[in-house]
Ligand binder design. Structure first.
Ligand code: FO1
Length: 459
C-alpha cells in the first residue's frame, strides 16, 4: 500500500463486497495529490473492481453564500473533466449526504466506500449516518493533513508549542512525494457512464447570479497561485508577514479550504524553493503547525465554535468582566456594514466583503474588536463566526473557528495584563497596529478598492 495505513480509519465494520469502490469526495476536492483518491484507486486495483467518484452537494452548508458555492462548483467541474481524462467517472448527487450517499452506494452496488477526513461536526454527522446506513465498509482517509490528525495527537493540544514537537517527530514519515495516480482510461475496466453534470443548471440553483472572487477557482489556478507565491512573495514572508500592505500573504487559504490544493504539495514545494530559511520556516509554521493545530482543536473539542470551547482561565476572566461597561456597542448589521467609529476595523470588514480576503494579522484585530463592541463573549463569537462564514471563502473551516476562538477566547494563547471587558485575554489596539504598519495607507487602499468595486457594480 503506497498510502500509509495511519491515514486510514474504518468508520464501520461491514465486510467488503465485490462491487466498485466509491470515493465520496468532500473536503479534498482535487484529483492530484489526494491520498483518499489514491487509496480508493489502490483498493479498486487490489480487488480488480471499478472506481467511481461522487460528490454530494448539500444546500445551505453552514451559511455559505452563492459566491462560495460558485467557487466550489467551478472547481468541481474541473475535477470531473480531469477524472474523466484518466477514466474515472465523476457523479454529483444532491441532498443530505446521510441519505443521498447510501442511495448512491445501493444504486452502484459499491463494494467499499472511501471518504476524506474532516473534523467539523456537520461532516462527522454525515459520516455517522452513512456508516450506519450502508452494508459495505466506510473507510476515512486523512488527505488534508500532512501528519494525519488522529496520528499527530490523541488529545486536544494546549497550544502550538505542545503540538509542534509531535509534528516535528512525525513529519519525516509523512512529508513525502505522492505516488502517481494510475491512468485507467486505457483499461476501461471502469464501471460508469460518462454523462456529464449539467453545471450551468446546478450553478444557477446553488449560486444564482453570485459574483466571482478575484482569484480563479480550481486545481490549476491553485497550483498557479502556489507558484506565484513561491516566486514572488515567499522571499519576504518572514519579515513582512505582519504587514497587510506588503501583499506577502500567500492567498492560498481558499484553495486549501476547498481542498483544491494539497498542503503537502505546498510544503514539498516550499522546502525546495530558493528562499531565505526564515521565510520558509515562517510559512511552514502557518501551513503545518497552525493548520494541524486547528484540525486538532475541532476534532477533540466538540464545542469548537462556542465559548464552551474556551480554556477555563479564559472563561473565568471573561465572566469576571461580563459586567464591564462597553464604550461602544454595535449591532450585527452595523458591523457587517462596516459602520463603526474605527476606520481600520471598517476597512478590514470592507476588504472581507468586497474581496473575500482578510490578512492574517488583521483577522485577529478584527475579531478582538468584536469582543470589545458586543454585549457578551457569546454574542461576540456568534457575530464573528457569522460574518466570517458569510463573507470569507475559507469560512466554515477549522482554521476560521480557531482564529476566532484564539482572538476572543484565548484558545492556544496565554493570559496578558488584565483590563476591562477582555480580562486577561490578549488585547490589540489601533495604536498597536499603527506601530506595526501604515494603517492610513491600508485604509486608503481598501476604500479606493471599495469605491472601484461599487462603480463597477453600478457601471
Ligand atoms: N462539502 C460537501 O461535501 N458538500 C457540500 O455541498 C459542501 C458545500 C460547501 C459550501 C461552502 C464551503 O465553504 C464548504 C462546503 N463544503 C461542502 C465543505 C468543504 O468541502 C470543506 O470540507 C469544509 O468546509 C472544510 O472543513
Amino acid at each position: 500500500m503506497a498510502v500509509d495505513p495511519r491515514r486510514v480509519t474504518a468508520l464501520n465494520s461491514a465486510p467488503a463486497g465485490s462491487g466498485p469502490v466509491v470515493y465520496w469526495m468532500s473536503r479534498d476536492q482535487r484529483v492530484r495529490d489526494n491520498w483518499a483518491l489514491l487509496f480508493a484507486q489502490e483498493l479498486a486495483a487490489d480487488r480488480r473492481a471499478g472506481l467511481v467518484v461522487v460528490f454530494c452537494l448539500a444546500g445551505g452548508f453552514l451559511g455559505a453564500t452563492g459566491r462560495q458555492y460558485a467557487f466550489m462548483l467551478d472547481g468541481l467541474q474541473q475535477v470531473e473533466i480531469d477524472l474523466e481524462s484518466i477514466g474515472i467517472p465523476f457523479h454529483l448527487v444532491e441532498g443530505d449526504p446521510a441519505r443521498a450517499l447510501p442511495a448512491f452506494v445501493r444504486l452502484w452496488k459499491a463494494g467499499a466506500v472511501v471518504c476524506d477526513f474532516d473534523p467539523l461536526r456537520v461532516k462527522r454527522r454525515w459520516k455517522a449516518g452513512v456508516a450506519k446506513a450502508i452494508s459495505t465498509p466506510l473507510l476515512e482517509v486523512d488527505a488534508h493533513n500532512i501528519v494525519p490528525c488522529r496520528a499527530a495527537s490523541q488529545k486536544q493540544e494546549y497550544a502550538a508549542y505542545t503540538i509542534r514537537p509531535k509534528l516535528g517527530r512525525a513529519l519525516g514519515g509523512f512529508l513525502l512525494e505522492y505516488p502517481a495516480l494510475e491512468d485507467l482510461a486505457s483499461a476501461r475496466k471502469n464501471a460508469g457512464g460518462t454523462e456529464r453534470t449539467d453545471w450551468v443548471e446546478v450553478r444557477k440553483r446553488f449560486a444564482g447570479v453570485a459574483g466571482r472572487y478575484e482569484f480563479k477557482p480550481g486545481e490549476r489556478a491553485a497550483r498557479k497561485s502556489l507558484g506565484d507565491f513561491l516566486d514572488s512573495r515567499l522571499e519576504k514572508y518572514a519579515e513582512l508577514s505582519n504587514d497587510p500592505n506588503a501583499g506577502t500573504d500567500s492567498g492560498l487559504s481558499p484553495y486549501l479550504h476547498f481542498g483544491q490544493l494539497s498542503a503537502q504539495r505546498a510544503a514539498l514545494e516550499v522546502m525546495t524553493a530558493d528562499a531565505p530559511p526564515a521565510s520558509k520556516e515562517a510559512f511552514l509554521e502557518q501551513l503545518i503547525v497552525r493548520r494541524e493545530l486547528s484540525d486538532n482543536f475541532c476534532f477533540y473539542n466538540r464545542r469548537y465554535d462556542s465559548t464552551g470551547g474556551f480554556p477555563d482561565w479564559a472563561r473565568k476572566t471573561l465572566d469576571a468582566h461580563r459586567g464591564d461597561p462597553r464604550e461602544y456597542i454595535y449591532s450585527f448589521r452595523q458591523l457587517e456594514g462596516a459602520r463603526t467609529h474605527d476606520e481600520l476595523w471598517n476597512a478590514v470588514q470592507t476588504e472581507m466583503v468586497v474581496r473575500g480576503r482578510m490578512h492574517g494579522y488583521l483577522r485577529m484585530y478584527w475579531a478582538k474588536k468584536i469582543l470589545e463592541w458586543t454585549r457578551s463573549p457569546e454574542d461576540a463569537i456568534r457575530t464573528a463566526l457569522k460574518l466570517n462564514d458569510r463573507h470569507e471563502p475559507d469560512g466554515r473551516d477549522p482554521n476560521g473557528y480557531v482564529g476566532v476562538a484564539w482572538s476572543i477566547g484565548g484558545v492556544h494563547d496565554r493570559a496578558f495584563k488584565e483590563r476591562g471587558v477582555f480580562g486577561t485575554i490578549r488585547y490589540m489596539s489601533l495604536a498597536g497596529c499603527r506601530r506595526k504598519f501604515d494603517v492610513d495607507g491600508y485604509v486608503r487602499r481598501v476604500n479606493e478598492l471599495a469605491s472601484r468595486a461599487a462603480a463597477g457594480r453600478s457601471g
